[in-house]
Write a protein that binds this ligand. Structure first.
Ligand code: TYM
Length: 335
């Protein structure tokens, strides 16, 4: 088994729980690509997290593979990082169990995402939904990650991960590295096109609210045309103009420029032209990703090989941490 590069470790994951939005891309996956040459990166497909809300089994399996293809199509290079499916590495569930014993019910009940999802899925407030942050802590801590690149909505989960790591270390002796969230200012929160005060989400019921990475050009153009803005016609980013600010963020992210540069591009232009330009930019950027994803999905053997190798590499690192944990908590290991 090849040894992992000895440098800073980065960990992140996305759930295969629906079609990914441009928020997932801008807030997470796009940054992973840039970081993969600088760090030892583990990028997972969090299927165990996904089943905390009800999933159609065949669809979950398909989406898992689609997400693997999407990572690669976006530029995640399986030669440079470890790409794998969370449920293929049993150490995640094993560590989560141990971490459960240093996590309090009260703190889980107070998590924002738990409260939101319990309200949304009132008929299915299961233990997994409540335990979601502990499994996420297990993901990160198994790899002794230094940094976790995520969007701003995951900040609270990173804070609880740090608390759990510190608590375990205090109780059992130094075991886990205490990780830091790596949240880029621009694009950390892409908001809904229909309600720019709320985040763009995979599971939004309004089809015009989110732009999916799988949307075709017509759909993308239509959604941007209908995007909510405001009644003054200035294209500048400011707190009072959340819709325009969001569109500027999206444009700047896909163009690879800064928001002030984007503002300059649209100086003196009207909202109509602006929205068209944002739509065109997004559609043009997504077209090659979509084509590459399609090409990769036609080669299931290649994807299976990547994920198998990824799971082996991940297991090797994860087992090292897990053995340490089992020893520290006093599990009998036969020696
Ligand atoms: P998930 O699948 O909900 O989201 C994946 C990533 O996309 C980011 N994101 C956004 N960023 C900017 N604007 C948005 N509108 C937006 N929507 C989503 C999220 O912040 C996230 O980075 N719990 C995680 C998955 C996970 C994980 C982990 C992440 C499981 N284990 C370990 C990091 C480390 C999640 O909900 O992802």
């Amino acid at each position: 088994m090849e040894e992992i590069r000895e440098e800073k470790v980065l960990y992140s994951a996305v759930q295969p729980s629906g079609s990914l939005t441009i928020g997932n891309y801008i807030g997470a996956i796009r940054n992973w690509v840039e970081l993969q040459s600088r760090f030892t990166c583990f990028y997972a497909i969090a299927d165990m997290h996904a089943i905390t809300v009800r999933q159609e089994p065949a669809l979950l399996r398909r989406r898992t593979l689609e997400l693997a293809a999407l990572y690669i199509a976006c530029g995640v290079d399986p030669e440079k990082c470890t790409l794998y499916v969370q449920s293929n590495v049993p150490a995640h569930a094993e560590l989560a169990w141990v971490l459960n014993t240093v996590t309090y019910v009260g703190e889980m009940e107070r998590m924002t995402q738990f409260k939101d999802k319990s309200a949304k899925h009132a008929e299915n407030v299961n233990m997994g939904l409540m335990d979601y942050p502990v499994l996420m802590a297990a993901d990160i801590l198994l790899y002794q990650a230094h940094l976790v690149p995520v969007g701003i909505d995951q900040r609270q989960h990173l804070e609880i991960t740090r608390d759990i790591a510190i608590r375990f270390n205090n109780r059992y002796g130094e075991t886990f590295r205490v990780p830091e969230a790596y949240i880029l200012k621009e694009g950390a929160k892409i908001t809904s096109l229909q309600d720019p005060l709320h985040k763009m989400s995979k599971s939004d019921e309004n089809p015009n609210a989110s732009v999916y990475l799988s949307d075709d050009k017509d759909t993308i153009m239509r959604k941007f045309k209908r995007a909510v803005t405001d009644s003054d016609n200035r294209i500048v980013a400011s707190e009072e103009k959340p819709g325009v600010t969001n569109l500027l963020n999206i444009y700047a992210s896909f163009k690879g420029c800064s928001v002030p540069e984007a503002e300059k591009t649209f100086e003196g232009k009207g909202y109509g032209d602006f929205k068209l330009a944002v739509g065109e930019t997004v559609a043009d950027a997504l077209a090659p990703i979509q084509a590459e994803q399609k090409r990769l999905l036609a080669d299931k053997g290649y994807l299976a090989g990547v994920l198998k190798k990824g799971a082996e590499t991940a297991s090797y690192t994860a087992r090292k941490t897990l053995s340490k944990v089992f020893r520290k908590v006093g599990f009998y290991r036969g020696d």
